[in-house]
Design a protein around this ligand. Structure first.
Ligand code: PLP
Length: 283
């Protein structure tokens, strides 16, 4: 597999990052994951705009232009023969003597990109079966709107879900659901789709923005507000969104079925619209 590291395209065995990299020592870095379907990149501009915002919130600049980033994405997709899969991008504050204070702003940032091949990414059996979710307290830091590589608590959450025989966890804070470990969370009651409002408590999902736009265009009602686990338990259906899962139905919460316990029509419709529209707009 060819990977990109700081200007070079290299076989993964030859790619190197300093042990002093602040991404490694302090999780001082941000990332993006973008889907590839049929060799084309989905929502590239949305991910790039969010990347720039994450960097800015941490006092970092954007080391490459949008067009340079797109060219790197495309070259990796082509060189690695990716039809369906993902592109992972990470930018850190670079390597410097270990010190909590940020290094000199001239320190070169580290830029790494690699691909993951996921044949049949859009045909996941999970879309037909639905996911089982458990709830766990949200014990992450307070700036979840910044897409940092500090992902230990979400990893712990996935392990808690696995241990409980579930696929993922929804996190709660002050009695309300924030989001999934790596996705945004939704419930459907009657004709209304409910998902948490934007703020520092959740990541501003690129898929979320697209799905809410498509839902409104299809005349569905959308409420952006916090919801409780009790509301979720009483919902007609539930689902998640993320760049790598698109729209995925949720059929069980903490061991109890949601609605019929089968994937619901709203999630199925939004998944179809999202995949159709995103494929058309892919670059
Ligand atoms: N929330 C969290 C915590 C995430 O890690 C992710 C994606 O990785 C999302 C939401 C979904 O965001 P996106 O739709 O941009 O992939």
């Amino acid at each position: 597999r060819t990977v990109y590291v700081n200007g070079d395209y290299l076989p993964e065995e030859d790619a190197k990052i300093s042990v002093f990299d602040r991404g490694f020592l302090f999780a001082d870095g941000v990332y993006e994951v973008t889907s590839v379907l049929g060799g084309k990149i989905l929502d590239f501009d949305g991910h790039t705009v969010r990347l720039e915002r994450s960097l800015k919130e941490l006092g970092m600049g954007m080391p490459l232009s949008r067009d340079e980033l797109l060219a790197i994405h495309r070259k990796l997709v082509a060189d690695n023969g990716i039809d369906d899969g993902l592109v992972y991008l990470q930018i850190t504050r670079g390597a410097a003597d270990r010190d909590f204070a940020y290094p000199d702003p001239d320190t070169p940032q580290s830029v790494v990109l690699f691909t993951q091949s996921k044949p049949g990414l859009a045909e996941s059996p999970m879309a037909k079966e639905g996911m089982k979710i458990i709830s766990i307290p949200d014990e992450r830091w307070g700036r979840r709107d910044i897409k940092t590589v500090q992902l230990l608590y979400p990893s712990m959450g996935k392990m808690m879900a696995k241990a409980a025989g579930a696929h993922d966890a929804w996190m709660t804070e002050d009695g309300h659901v924030t989001e999934g470990t790596s996705n945004n969370a939704y419930i459907v009651k009657g004709n209304t789709i409910v998902t948490r409002h934007l703020g520092n408590e959740i990541l501003h999902g690129i898929t979320r923005a697209a799905v809410l736009r498509f839902a409104r265009e299809a005349q569905m009602q959308v409420e952006e507000r916090a919801f409780t686990l009790d509301e979720a338990a009483e919902a007609d259906e539930a689902f998640i969104t993320s760049a790598s899962t698109f729209v995925m139905p949720v059929v069980e919460l903490d061991g109890a079925p949601i609605g019929t316990g089968r994937p619901g029509p709203v999630a199925a419709r939004l998944r179809e619209i999202y995949l159709d529209e995103s494929r058309k707009a892919a670059i």
